[in-house]
Ligand binder design. Structure first.
Ligand SMILES: [Zn+2]
Length: 144
């Protein structure tokens, strides 16, 4: 799988220490995470497994965020710590919905459909904000 890993992403760091506490990111239990297990969340177009419910995270106490871009388009964005996406374009802070995080387009790792955005900042783990309507939630998929 073509997971995009930002250069500062360190798999050896436990998530609870790697997250910047000031961002109020709360990680879910994260033992034995695998994109192939439990409650798959799929690309709406090609049905590739993009992430799983166990990779869901919260920011400011919410997993799902209703957000409007400068073009006045509103998205329901759900947050995951990892996803089978390919980041496109240079990171930019312009109009970022999440303070301090730069964004890049996140495309499906298989069919390149626009699924959302990858958010990163130096010295912190990144996360994915995925567009709920671009995803198919597997049985028992955890979505609030
Ligand atoms: Zn796809």
């Amino acid at each position: 799988m073509a997971l995009f890993i930002p250069p500062w992403f360190s798999l050896s760091l436990p998530l609870r220490y790697a997250f910047d506490k000031t961002t109020a990111l709360h990680d879910q239990p994260h033992d034995n995470i695998s994109l192939s297990e439990d409650q798959p969340i799929l690309c709406q177009q090609c049905r590739t497994v993009i992430t799983t419910a166990t990779a869901a995270i919260e920011l400011a106490g919410q997993h799902a965020h209703r957000l409007t871009n400068p073009a006045d388009v509103t998205f329901e964005v759900v947050l995951y710590r990892e996803a089978n996406c390919v980041a496109q374009g240079p990171p930019t802070w312009e109009h970022s919905w999440f303070t301090g995080f730069a964004w890049q387009l996140a495309l499906c790792g298989r069919c390149a459909m626009h699924l959302g955005w990858l958010y990163t900042k130096p010295e912190s783990l990144g996360f994915y904000g995925l567009i709920k309507t671009q995803l198919v939630f597997g049985k028992n998929g955890k979505i609030k």
